[in-house]
Design a protein around this ligand. Structure first.
Ligand code: SF4
Length: 212
């Protein structure tokens, strides 16, 4: 039942969503519908591609020089059981760190989450929690709005987080790419509010397909 994941995109290496180089997985499906979300295409639970855990784990393990994985979305907690299985499969071969974005608050997941959601929390080193709130948008390290917290659930990223924040709580920038369909996309969290719409409009005005 949990052998498959519905995902929006997977990409590696990514340096804009967490410490070091990472393999990033954007899961498909989110109920929060935050105004200003940079990946509204990921909301539909039935959209995009289904991939087996074996295939995704093999892909992660084949990525050179990555220190960890980042789970983004969409809402990773909606596919918690499958992500737990995926992480455990990867752990059998490599000790990778796990960073995860979620629209839920940590306390909510701890007190009201399902067994699978709590099991996923137990495998996460660095959690960014809370929905994106457009009016609180900021130029922030690895997050979009100031209500979102960077929570160290283990000590794995303690030192790097201290180092990064010592240089300022600000965005590490965004990366641009072209997907298998030839569409342009960007990865990371823009420092400027409204960047997604501006970028999409610019691409479309030049006849270039944009898909984030
Ligand atoms: S929780 Fe994240 S993916 Fe879901 S709507 Fe909000 S910003 Fe978008």
């Amino acid at each position: 039942m949990y052998d498959y994941l519905r995902i929006f995109r997977h990409q590696s290496p990514v340096t804009a969503l967490g410490p070091y180089k990472r393999a990033a997985i954007w899961v498909q499906g989110c109920d929060f519908a935050c105004p200003g979300c940079i990946v509204p295409e990921s909301w539909d639970k039935g959209g995009k591609q289904t991939i087996s855990q074996t295939e995704l784990a093999d892909w992660i393990l084949s990525q050179p020089d990555i220190e960890g994985i980042t789970l983004s979305g969409g809402e990773p907690m909606l596919q918690a059981a499958a992500l737990v299985n995926l992480i455990d499969r990867v752990y059998e071969f490599q000790n990778l760190g796990v960073m995860c974005y979620t629209g839920y608050r940590l306390e909510h997941l701890q007190q009201h989450g399902t067994d699978a959601q709590r099991a996923l929390l137990n495998r996460i080193d660095l959690l960014v929690d809370g929905t994106y709130i457009e009016s609180l948008h900021g130029d922030l390290l690895w997050r979009g709005s100031s209500n979102q917290r960077l929570l160290m659930l283990t000590e794995r990223y303690q030192q790097i987080l201290i180092q990064e924040l010592a240089q300022g709580d600000r965005s590490t920038g965004i990366e641009f790419g072209i997907d298998v369909t030839g569409a342009f996309y960007f990865t990371g969290i823009p420092a400027r509010k409204g960047f997604r719409d501006e970028f999409a409009a610019k691409m479309q005005s030049q006849g270039i397909i944009f898909s984030n």
